[in-house]
Design a protein around this ligand. Structure first.
Ligand code: PXG
Length: 475
């Protein structure tokens, strides 16, 4: 049978989407999952023995599993569902676009309205010098793209020797070969016998863990100056770029001291090294600014974006180019890089709808002026003087809670990762999704969260951390 657009076959899926999706029992789902699905970053043997939690539904800031258990999502999915779950506007945008033009490429002198609208909107929402955008499907591809742009940029400047990219230990930049090489996760490097060349790492600005007796300000400066030492060691004529997350996300929501980024920027400018802000987690309102580098007060040359660009409803990543970098790329012949789905029309349409919600509903302003400060102050009040909480890091709607054996002396647990896992399991059983990175507990809820939902998250986090302290005999 032939259907015309707008008729039955195209309309019915929306109605049926509202019917219960669950087709199988939890046990059946688990058995099939164990039989056929390899999860990311998982010990599959252990996971299959324990069984995965099957998430079947979500609305606002809440998730439901296949047993009907309700949880509050303190992680916005995986740091991405900024507008919260279940926004009809995004579903409608995807549905309309799929009917109109589900796919067309942007390679061979073609373009399409969604990618044009998205680019114009990003030019409006990013800081003034950012007016050009290249699209991909993820943050990892975004950072691969960044490397391609960096090398092309220096080639156009007649500085082909500039090849080294400096990154940081315990940074996270994705899981493609380039993303994982840029990242500073030793356990990922160990599984990669071949890595991308010309990438080196300096230490991270993690004051609680590595600052010793220094003040945060002095430590921030010292860690930034490692960049200068590394540049001088390699020779400034050989250094192409420095990349960093404005605050480290997956590495534990590590907030650098206020002295760090201005010094990094000074050094990059002094030695003519491109400065890249990986905004995959920090972008699109997380800190209360549209981009986290605005919170820290520096100006990058390239911005990596993903996650909050579409609130995770569909995959999309992008790289924003500062005018001076864009000019070099545009005026110097062919840039040999692209992905089938660069600027995918459905993803672009969803991104436009998502960004309009963030802008027109004042969601980012609310994080800056209301829910962000509230979240930070409730967390700090709740955990002041707690026997196993060493520091609360964060701003806006992102926080890292440092667990410590003795908060006063900054003494950390010998088995920090086990303590974090123990705490995370208490959270899960208490109806809260909170992520653990080693001995730091991380929160990054949807940006639409209300004050009372913040109260719920913080009180559940407190219960879990209290239970952890009790189990360790430290309460
Ligand atoms: N840059 C940053 C700063 C990220 O946080 C990526 C790049 C890669 O994005 P894709 O879309 O390729 O995954 C990320 C991703 C975690 C966790 O456990 C964090 C990420 C991904 C998966 C897990 O905190 N961040």
């Amino acid at each position: 049978m032939n259907y015309r657009f707008g008729e039955s076959a195209f309309v019915q899926p929306v109605a049926s989407a509202q019917a219960p999706q669950q087709q199988r029992t939890t046990a059946e789902y688990r058995a099939l999952d164990a039989a056929h699905h390899i999860h990311p970053f998982s010990d599959m043997g252990a996971l299959n023995r324990a069984g995965s939690r099957v998430i079947v539904k979500a609305k606002g800031v809440y998730l439901w599993d296949s047993d009907g258990e309700k949880m509050i999502d303190g992680m916005a999915g995986l740091w991405c569902v900024n507008v919260g779950y279940g926004r009809r506007e995004l579903a409608d945008a995807a549905f309309r676009q799929m009917q109109e033009l589900p796919f067309y490429n942007t390679f061979f002198k073609t373009t399409h309205p969604p990618v044009i609208e998205l680019s114009a909107l990003l030019a409006e929402l990013t800081p003034a010098p950012f007016n050009h955008f290249f699209y991909c499907n993820s943050g990892s591809e975004g950072n691969d793209t960044v490397l391609r742009i960096v090398h092309q940029y220096w080639a156009t400047q007649g500085q082909k020797l500039k090849k080294f990219v400096i990154s940081r230990k315990n940074g996270y930049h994705g899981s493609t070969i380039a993303g994982a090489t840029l990242g500073g996760m030793g356990y990922m490097h160990e599984q990669m016998p071949s890595q991308v060349e010309h990438i080196v790492h300096i230490d991270q600005p993690y004051w609680f863990g590595e600052g010793g007796d220094m003040t945060p300000e002095a430590f921030g400066l010292a860690r930034a100056q490692q960049l200068e030492h590394e540049i001088l060691e390699l020779g400034p004529e050989n250094v192409a770029a420095f990349i960093g997350e404005p605050f480290q996300g997956a590495g534990g929501v590590i907030f650098p001291p206020s002295t760090y980024w201005p010094e990094i920027q000074r050094i990059c400018r002094k030695y003519d090294v491109l400065l890249i802000a990986d905004e995959v987690i920090g972008g699109f309102g997380r800190t209360g600014e549209w981009f986290a580098h605005q919170h820290f007060g520096f100006e990058p040359d390239l911005i990596t974006m993903a996650k909050g660009l579409t609130s995770g409803y569909v995959p999309m990543g992008a790289v924003g180019l500062h005018d001076r970098v864009a000019k070099a790329i545009i005026e110097n012949g062919e840039f040999n890089h692209g992905l089938t789905y660069s600027g995918h029309p459905v993803a672009a349409a969803v991104a436009v709808a998502n960004l309009k919600l963030l802008r027109d509903e004042g969601i980012v302003e609310r994080v800056k002026n209301d829910t962000g400060p509230y979240f930070q102050s409730v967390l700090r009040e709740t955990f002041a003087g707690h026997p196993i909480v060493g520091e609360i890091a964060g701003t806006g709607l992102v926080a890292g809670i440092q667990l410590a054996e003795d908060p006063k002396t900054k003494k950390r647990f010998a088995n920090g990762g086990d303590v974090g896992t123990l705490c995370r399991d208490f959270c899960f059983n208490g109806g809260l999704v909170m992520r653990a990175t080693g001995d730091r507990m991380l929160l990054s809820p949807p940006l639409v969260i209300t004050r009372s939902e913040i109260d719920e998250i913080v009180s559940k986090a407190k219960k879990a951390i209290d239970a952890t302290a009790l189990q360790l005999g430290l309460s």
